[in-house]
Design a protein around this ligand. Structure first.
Ligand code: 5AD
Ligand code: SF4
Length: 455
């Protein structure tokens, strides 16, 4: 890795002067948003300010996602349209970062078909951005670094999106190889950050007034498996819970195959850990779960839910579901609806299966047509709407702790936020409350949110 990033950064700063703007756009998951905050940190050090309008930008960074094909298509569309911007402003630098760059065929396609792109930088090579920009300023037509580096830098100062909600990656990569998923191929194997680095980052954030700490990992339940100490995720949660201050802790995602009783006990015992668990089920059919290489059955999944709901029958769960995995039968799909009816999720994130070249599932000949998949998706969303509407009624009359997030879209004078249970809450309130915790007494349940009044 580059030893003299500081010198390079200073050099760029001198060369570009003080009034250049960067446009950084993130696609996909929270981890990408977090990486974009690091990219912005590097750009800020080089002297860039930021703009939300790509037409005003001197550098454009697209931090891409490869999880589903439509995300990739969107990026290609945007890069295509940037040809015009480059013609107008030949000194504009266009950089592609993120998961798409780690797929060789995509990197090739960018290089071949999109000459407007100057820089390609891989997910673990973010720190090479200053060097790549220097190459660019020196007149090099195209420069790329998509090598896999182990040393995720602890030193990069982030430019954070929010002044009260912060994402903190605790690990990178994934070892699970779910057969539909590209992540293990583009993000590499699991690498955990040292607990002391995570703790000191959280301490710093809390001292700056951050109210929500979102711990990120593809599967936080395997946090620490690659470290020599006996740390694991529940222990890390307890260490963070012990940090003084008024904040709550969220985390994502938690693979059901190793969601332990220790984890669940920890959620209940730690007062700062939000009372919500995102537990991606993907499918309710054992046959499909096996083909997905998920390493649990619907029964095992339901036994975790039962353990949780014995402690608190109203505990809030959310999930991810894939509709239309290759050759998913009608009865496989019914099994997914069945598990949704049993668990009663507060919210689901559902996706139609997207074939990812290079994954195991991509080799399966799929006989289910797209129309059937679309119909299933609609049925699933309808069911969830009914479940949410019914299930949210349990909050009526209760007071929920809510982190006020911003102004509500439709109604004037209303704010929106998320409760500890990860439920969207709307309530009347002054804008000065944004970024603060408020207690809201719930008066009404809708199918996507609840409404209430400040207590
Ligand atoms: N097609 C559709 N959805 C996918 N996901 C991951 N890979 C794919 C794919 N190939 C979904 C899973 C995962 C979420 C982040 O994205 O549900 O939990
Ligand atoms: Fe993909 Fe499975 Fe890893 Fe999640 S656990 S990132 S779905 S391979």
């Amino acid at each position: 890795m580059n030893l003299n990033n500081n010198d390079i950064t200073e050099n760029i700063k001198k060369r570009i002067g003080g009034n250049r703007l960067a446009y950084v756009r993130s696609f996909g998951c929270q981890l990408n948003v977090s990486d974009s905050e690091k990219i912005k940190g590097l750009l800020k050090k080089m002297g860039f300010g930021f703009t939300e309008n790509e037409n005003n930008a001197d550098i454009i960074v697209l931090n891409t996602c490869a999880v589903r094909e439509n995300a990739e298509d969107r990026v290609f569309g945007i890069v295509g349209s940037m040809k015009k911007l480059k013609e107008k402003n030949p000194s504009l630098i266009i950089a592609i970062a993120g998961c798409m760059t780690a797929q060789e065929h995509i990197a090739e396609k960018i290089k071949k078909s999109y000459p407007q792109v100057d820089i390609v930088v891989g997910t673990s090579a973010i720190n090479s951005l200053p060097k790549l920009m220097l190459d660019c300023l020196d007149g090099q037509k195209f420069s790329a670094d998509i090598k896999e580096y182990d040393d995720f830098s602890e030193a990069v100062e982030q430019v954070r999106e929010s002044s009260f909600k912060a994402s903190v990656p605790i690990m990178f990569g994934c070892n699970n190889f779910c057969t539909y998923c590209i992540v293990p191929y583009v993000r590499g194997r699991e690498r955990s950050r040292k607990p002391e680095d995570i703790i000191s980052e959280v301490r710093q954030l809390v001292s700056e007034g951050y109210k929500e700490i979102m711990l990120l990992g593809q599967n936080v339940n395997s946090y620490g498996n690659d470290l020599s100490s006996d740390i694991n995720f529940p222990k890390l949660l307890r260490m963070i819970n012990d940090i003084q201050g008024d904040f709550w802790i969220r985390f994502m995602s938690s693979h059901p195959k190793d969601a332990s009783e220790e984890l669940i006990d920890t959620i209940f015992e730690c007062e700062k850990v939000a009372k919500h668990l995102h537990l991606p089920v993907q499918s309710g059919s054992n046959e499909i779960l096996k083909k997905m290489n998920r390493n649990y059955t619907a029964e095992k999944y339901l036994s975790i839910v039962e353990y949780i709901r014995k402690k608190d029958p109203e505990f809030s769960l959310t999930t991810d579901i894939i509709v239309g995995f290759p050759n998913e039968s009608e009865s496989d799909f019914r099994a997914t609806l069945d598990i949704m009816n049993k668990v009663k999720y507060d919210n689901i994130y559902s996706f139609i299966y997207s074939r990812r070249s290079g994954t195991k599932a991509a080799e399966i000949q799929d006989s289910t047509d797209e129309k059937t998949k679309g119909g299933r998706m609609r049925e699933l969303l309808n069911l969830q709407r009914n479940i949410s509407t019914e299930h949210y009624k349990r909050f009526i009359g209760k007071t929920l702790r809510v982190l006020a997030d911003g102004k509500a879209k439709k109604s004037d004078g209303y704010l929106t936020g998320k409760s500890s249970e990860f439920i969207i809450v709307e309530f009347e309130g002054d804008e000065s409350l944004i970024g603060q915790f408020v207690d809201v007494k719930i008066t009404e349940a809708m199918n996507w949110a609840v409404k209430g009044v400040i207590n």
